[in-house]
Design a protein. Structure first.
Lengths: 337, 165
């Protein structure tokens, strides 16, 4: 791995600080007896939902009590599992139930209600920490949940394919205003199966060092504060997997994906979050899950991140010119043979 | 499309073996990311409970799963803490032996200024010598993303440290 960009001196300094801090307050090892005791305690708190074992948040006793448990406590007749929680108990665990809210399961699991066959999963509200039960929409009577980016309010609306796109931000210019300049160069990136136009002070090249050849960099040819970089890499990320749906900024005229679907430009607005960044992407509406999107680039799924190379500070919605630039670049993307 | 994910465990360690082999490293990682031993222990505890639940369906790399849980737990704790409003003065009742040392305070003061994912990426890179691919797996992002997180964090740290000189 190329680590030329790393500051080895700083790395060593940090490692020394980290090591010294760890030595100031050494961790205590976790012993087998503690683990076994923890497992037994957890076993008493398990119940089964649709074949998946779920632990109730908040009532699980500690695994790592750091208390030595006598070995005599580890033998004997296993205690039976606790009965399944009543619906009211489960309701207490998940104060909000929404249908079709996009998001990844907090624990990576999807569950099925054994009685109704309903599929659901849990997410954690990033602002409040609240556990939210998300019911996977029934394709026969779909609803979608929309979260107001300003108030955080989640509302349910009937899902009508193509009509539930989130509204563009109020200050977003019309997509037609974002067009490549007349002196932009066109780059054919056959690895990605696309062409892209870039301003004359930017170049595109494939960077195989960090992501197995799946990264495209466009960098300014000159150093300085205005140097920008765009990272594009395919990965299994569907638009809408964030805590909020992406903004749909509109259709890219004439750009269809391999399945003939109209390509849109969207972005995730995280400018109010801790990291304060925005993420642009090419995407297509996901017909199987109305109101959601598939991220798209190079016939597959992709993600576009935009940051400035000099300080790696991300783009925010306040950076209007940068946003116009990146959207203009994305709008220039064409599928090639 | 959403469907239950059930994969055969590719790792061969038992849960007990995993905890025994990794308990110190996980606690140290959590401590450096969170900045305090007690919260770190809580985060490791919760992460291991989560790992235990999914142990038999976990396809590989339980260490990455647990580290990601620790980082996410830290996020949750930070967000909850931000909303808390103290109602009375806090009385420090811990013994002197439990008081944080100079280096711990340094980690809190300096690294505490970074977003948690950058902090985690730096700890994994500088302290645990992990590759960006492994860091990406642990943080749920690509290797390029992990590198980006690391580089942004280091850039900011350099600025902070230079400012202290």
């Amino acid at each position: 791995m190329n680590t030329d960009f790393e500051d080895h001196e700083l790395n060593e300094a940090l490692k020394a600080h980290f090591s010294a801090a760890v030595e100031e307050q050494p961790a205590q090892p976790i012993f087998a007896s503690t683990i076994k005791a923890g497992q037994r305690k957890m076993g008493r708190r398990q119940w089964v939902v649709g074949g998946a074992t779920v632990l109730a948040a908040g009532i699980v006793t500690t695994l790592l009590t750091m208390t030595f448990v006598p070995s005599s406590a580890l033998v004997g007749v296993p205690e039976p599992l606790a009965p399944a929680p009543s619906p009211s108990e489960e309701e207490d665990q998940t104060r909000t139930v929404v249908i079709g809210q996009s998001g990844q399961p907090a624990d990576g699991e999807y569950y099925t209600d054994p009685e109704t066959g309903e599929q659901y999963y849990y997410i954690v509200d990033p602002e409040t920490g609240e556990i939210i039960k998300v019911i996977v929409p029934d394709p026969d009577s779909p609803q979608v949940a929309r979260q107001d980016p300003e108030t955080g309010q989640i509302t349910l609306i009937p899902a009508v394919p193509g009509s539930n796109l989130p509204a563009p931000p109020k200050d977003a210019p019309e997509i037609g205003a974002w067009t490549p300049g007349p002196d932009w160069k066109t780059y054919n990136l056959k690895t990605f199966g696309i062409s892209v136009q870039l301003p004359k002070n930017m170049v595109a090249f494939l960077d195989k060092e960090f992501d197995n050849g799946y990264r495209l960099d466009t960098k300014a040819t000159r150093a300085g504060k205005d140097m920008k970089e765009i990272l594009v890499w395919p990965e299994s990320l569907a638009a809408g997997n964030g805590s909020e749906p992406p903004y749909d900024l509109g259709k890219v005229p004439g750009l269809m994906d391999a399945k003939g679907r109209q390509v849109h430009i969207g972005y995730f607005d995280n400018s109010n979050s801790e990291e304060d960044w925005a993420e642009f992407l090419l995407m297509v509406p996901d017909d199987s899950q109305p109101g959601s999107y598939d991220a798209l680039l190079d016939f597959g799924k992709g993600k576009v991140y935009f940051g400035s190379d000099d300080n790696w500070m991300p783009l925010t919605k306040k950076d209007q010119k940068d946003r116009e630039l990146i959207v203009a670049i994305l709008a220039s993307v064409k599928v090639i043979d | 499309m959403i469907e239950p994910i059930r994969t055969t465990a590719a790792h061969t360690l038992s849960f007990e073996e995993f905890v025994l082999n990794n308990s110190i490293a996980l606690q140290d990682f959590a401590f450096l990311v969170i900045g305090n031993r007690e919260d770190a222990l809580d985060a490791v505890q919760d992460a291991l409970i989560g790992a235990f639940k999914h142990w038999h369906s976990m396809s590989h790399n339980p260490g990455a799963y647990v580290r990601r849980s620790i980082v996410n737990a830290n996020i949750t704790a930070w967000r909850k803490r931000r909303k808390e409003t103290p109602t009375a003065d806090f009385t420090w009742s811990q013994s002197q032996a439990d008081a944080p040392g100079v280096e711990t305070m340094w980690v809190r003061r300096i690294c505490g200024q970074l977003p948690r994912k950058q902090r985690a990426a730096i700890v994994m890179r500088c302290y645990e010598d992990m590759s960006f691919a492994d860091i990406g797996t642990a943080l749920g992002c690509s290797a390029a993303s992990a590198r980006s997180l690391y580089q942004r964090g280091v850039t900011k740290l350099r600025t902070i440290m230079n400012g202290e000189k």
